[in-house]
Design a protein. Structure first.
Length: 129
């Protein structure tokens, strides 16, 4: 019985550490956290025009010419998307309805937004860093 008690005193802490390491690895990845944060930014600032699904069918898209981009089918690289987001559509030769968000979003918000846009893109084109 003494032997069993000594063994269990060594095994229990080892098992605790083992399971703790397993559970730590079960949380969301950095990419998943970025996508979730980007989705929140998107739903707050972008969905009214680009739609909740990113298909360009938002409530404020009606009558806009050109219509908001369908972001699920965008082949534009991330570097160009970043420029459009920061400077606005008109500044880069696109829709004047796309506002510049450079004063509103910090760098992390833009990175997260790009991660979210990548997650809804059905084309899965090669994005530039």
């Amino acid at each position: 019985m003494n032997v069993n008690l000594r063994i269990s005193k060594k095994i229990v802490p080892a098992l605790f550490v083992f399971f703790a390491l397993i559970f730590v690895g079960c949380g969301p990845s950095k990419e998943e956290l970025a996508i979730q944060a980007g989705k929140e930014t998107y739903m707050t600032y972008c969905a009214l025009c680009h739609g909740h699904e990113g298909d360009g069918q938002g409530k404020l898209a009606i009558g806009k010419m050109p219509a908001p981009a369908n972001l699920t089918l965008s082949a534009i690289p991330d570097s160009s998307k970043r420029e459009i987001i920061l400077k606005g559509g008109e500044a880069v030769g696109r829709s004047p309805y796309m506002p510049p968000w450079g004063q509103e979003f910090n760098e992390k918000q833009v990175d997260d937004l790009l991660a979210y846009l990548g997650s809804i893109n059905k084309i899965k084109s090669k994005h530039s860093p």
